[in-house]
Design a protein around this ligand. Structure first.
Ligand code: GRF
Length: 208
């Protein structure tokens, strides 16, 4: 049974897709051991509470330095003894010690087809604003392992979504969530839970 911790900062629609996936069996062999947010007002924490999932807030505001926050965040994660950490809209820079300890056991969902519209400064609506500004016809989402870079770890799954005439960033964001994020993040977790993802250098090999 794969024990996962999901780390969130906002509305938690990706967390909800994971919760629903475990419930309806599209995610097998997995249990959500806990949910951690840096934002005490994150609706994602309410989603966890409603589903009876242990959850807590570890906020940088509660600590006198980033270093102490980083230590406390890693301690909080370790307490759940996860096999896999899932960053689902977690907007805090991951401490290097956590990347090291959970190398190839920490995944992130990014709302673009990496390597487009990713890296520093590309998060949330900014990703979709940049895609519309560039006028691309295809966008999408990517699930990847987390390494020391920003959105640079080995790619696990991607799913494309077409833009439509008149899209606003908000409309496009919602379509990418519905048609890509909420599908590939649960699928990636299920693949990992069943030992079907192997990292080879900077890439992955997926056994379907
Ligand atoms: C999603 O768009 C995800 O791609 C990005 O942050 C957003 C989180 O949304 N990393 P939610 O909190 O899962 O609704």
């Amino acid at each position: 049974m794969l024990r996962i911790v999901v780390m969130v900062s906002g509305g938690g629609t990706n967390l909800q897709a994971i919760i629903d996936g475990v419930k309806n069996g599209t995610i097998t062999n997995t249990e959500i051991a806990g949910v951690i947010s840096n934002n005490r007002n994150a609706y994602a924490l309410e989603r966890a509470e409603k589903s009876g999932i242990p959850n807590r807030c570890v906020s940088p505001k509660d600590y006198e330095s980033r270093e102490i926050f980083n230590e406390k965040l890693l301690e909080a994660v370790d307490e759940y003894s996860p096999d896999l950490i899932v960053l689902a809209g977690f907007l805090v820079v991951i401490p290097p010690a956590m990347i090291e300890r959970y190398r190839n056991r920490m995944i992130n969902i990014h709302p673009s087809l990496i390597p487009s519209f990713c890296g520093k400064g590309y998060y949330g609506l900014k990703v979709h604003e940049a895609a519309l500004e560039r006028g691309v016809k295809v966008v999408g989402a990517t699930v990847h392992f987390v390494d020391e870079g920003t959105d640079t770890g080995p790619i696990i799954l991607q799913k494309a979504v077409e833009t439509q005439q008149g899209d606003t960033p908000e409309v496009l964001q919602r379509r990418v969530m519905e048609q890509a994020e909420w599908i590939i993040l649960p699928r990636a977790i299920d693949l990992i839970a069943n030992g079907k993802v192997r990292v080879e250098g900077r890439r992955t090999v997926i056994e379907e």
